[in-house]
Design a protein around this ligand. Structure first.
Ligand code: AP5
Length: 207
């Protein structure tokens, strides 16, 4: 049983390292960003409501996110642990989480703003399987095509420089203070290195 949170600013590589960690430790990777993008793709009521916040780089209201995560926790794959990527992001979300499940580890990734900007503007995501590439640091074999499933690669609407700036601002104001909340179980991880090196640090702590 291992309940893990990945904290960190947009573009620091949470999703990339979460996918590797989830595979190695056989726990589900739960990304609220991915769940919201799926809801948008399916044009559910939540997806339509979330759109305007996501495209502006603002947080989606707590009430919507908390319902979304509570529903996800009901899935049977969560019973032996999970890895939360992008949740919690506010104090209310953290308090709600604590009422529902205990958390064992919080990994708090950090990198310079230049690094975050380069990673975000270079990111390409598979429309089909959500695998993440980067035109500078993790190129697909064929431009615009996912190596894993052949799906189309696209640029997320919220990786435009002006939206990224707002997401970074929101992160510093609202999410970064959670570092204090999780002080006793937090692991600070410098994330300028390659994904393989960062993943090795995470594994050494979890093992
Ligand atoms: P979300 O999808 O969660 O975005 P984010 O947390 O802002 O982070 P990103 O997904 O942009 O980056 P990442 O850290 O996962 O980096 P990645 O691995 O992709 O949220 C989107 C929106 O949804 C929010 O703005 C908000 O509106 C809403 N939302 C979501 N959760 C919410 C919540 N709980 N409450 C309220 N609203 C919520 O890597 C980035 C790029 O860098 C990739 O191209 C990758 O290949 C590359 N890369 C990664 N690591 C490395 C490395 N070590 N070296 C070189 N390149 C690397």
């Amino acid at each position: 049983m291992m309940n893990i949170i990945f904290l960190g600013p947009p573009g620091v590589g949470k999703g990339t390292i979460a996918a590797m960690t989830s595979e190695k430790f056989k726990i589900p990777h739960i990304s609220t960003g991915d769940l919201l993008r799926e809801s948008r793709k399916n044009q559910t009521a939540l997806g339509k409501e979330a759109e305007k916040y996501m495209d502006a780089g603002e947080l989606v209201p707590d009430k919507l996110i908390i319902n979304l995560i509570k529903e996800r926790f009901k899935e049977p794959d969560c019973k032996d642990g999970f890895l939360l990527d992008g949740f919690p992001r506010t104090m209310d979300q953290a308090v709600m989480l604590e009422e529902v499940v205990p958390i064992d580890h919080v990994f708090d990734f950090y990198a310079s703003e230049d690094t975050l900007m380069e990673r975000l503007t270079g990111r390409r995501t598979c429309r089909n399987c959500n695998h993440v590439f980067n035109i500078y640091t993790a190129k697909p074999k064929k431009e615009g095509v996912c190596d894993l499933c052949g799906g189309e690669l696209y640029e997320r609407a919220d990786q435009k420089p002006e939206v990224v700036r707002n997401r970074l601002h929101v992160y510093k104001q609202v999410t970064k203070p959670l570092e204090n909340y999780y002080e006793s179980i937090i692991h600070l991880i410098e994330a300028e290195a390659s994904p393989t090196e960062i993943f090795a640090k995470v594994v050494s702590i979890l093992e």
